[in-house]
Design a binder for this molecule. Structure first.
Ligand code: PEP
Length: 251
């Protein structure tokens, strides 16, 4: 049985005060869950405060990205070790906004995954096709390539600290969600890719999240799918009520 994960990617939103208010609200509303993991991904400056507020709760905290480098002359970059020192335990790698706006290649993403794991962070690796790729029937090839390259060089043990997120670009921040069936089809395929790369047990244990305009109104349909183990939520994670409603999905 895979424990579901509901993760909130705050992106470049909030200030210190509103970030703390959101974290406090989520901690007090969602203290009772035992059967699901909740992870918050605030911007870097708010990590220590949010990690502190979540410390004695069920909520975990992570960074939205890390540097592929360990330390040194990399102005503006934040290392995995720095993130660990804030009390955060997760990072995202390969979010489509990093791949597109910051030209991150699969190789860079793979370096980030490895850096995160060696610093002791858990990683959510994002994969997903854009609209053009979907329309020309390349969605499966794209997610397979991103997964294989993003996880290259990892062993079964390392995979215990990895979660995949399928985030079709055409559904991110657009209000368009993949149908539960479209998402399930890709998730099932990704599990097969993992089974081929590693083994049956690794594939069975891996949590695969869906991301792309997840809202209180569509989470139940998505979570009813066999291979959807949770959600990576952008816009709807910025508000206590809407994110809590998603966390409260029905099983
Ligand atoms: C995301 O950026 O990871 C995301 C899924 O955003 P949204 O929920 O706003 O589509």
């Amino acid at each position: 049985m895979r424990t579901p994960i509901i993760a909130g990617n705050w992106k470049m939103n909030k200030d210190m005060q509103s970030a703390k208010e959101l974290a406090r609200g989520l901690v007090s509303k969602n203290a009772r869950f035992r059967d699901r993991e909740i992870i918050l991904f605030p911007p870097y400056p708010f990590l220590p405060a949010v990690a502190g507020l979540c410390q004695d709760s069920r909520l975990e905290v992570g960074a939205q990205d890390i540097s592929e480098h360990e330390a040194g002359a990399f102005t503006g970059e934040v290392s995995a070790e720095m993130v660990v020192s804030t009390g955060a335990t997760w990072t995202i790698a390969g979010h489509s906004e990093r791949r597109n706006y910051h030209l991150e290649t699969d190789e860079i993403v793979n370096n980030k995954v490895k850096r995160a794991l060696s610093a002791g962070l858990n990683v959510i690796l994002c994969v997903g096709e854009n609209l053009r790729e979907r329309e020309r029937g390349a969605a499966f090839d794209v997610v397979q390539r991103q997964t294989e390259r993003g996880l290259a060089g990892l062993d079964q043990d390392a995979m215990g600290h990895v979660v995949l997120a399928y985030e079709p670009l055409w559904a991110i921040g657009t209000g368009k969600t993949a149908t539960p069936r479209q998402a399930q089809e890709i998730h099932e395929f990704l599990r097969w890719v993992i089974q081929r790369m590693f083994d049956n047990a690794t594939a069975e244990d891996l949590r695969i999240l869906y991301g792309g305009s997840v809202k209180p109104g569509n989470i139940n349909g998505l979570m009813a799918q066999k291979d959807i183990d949770g959600a990576l939520v952008g816009g709807a994670s910025l508000d206590v009520e809407s994110f809590s409603a998603i966390i409260n999905f029905e099983v």
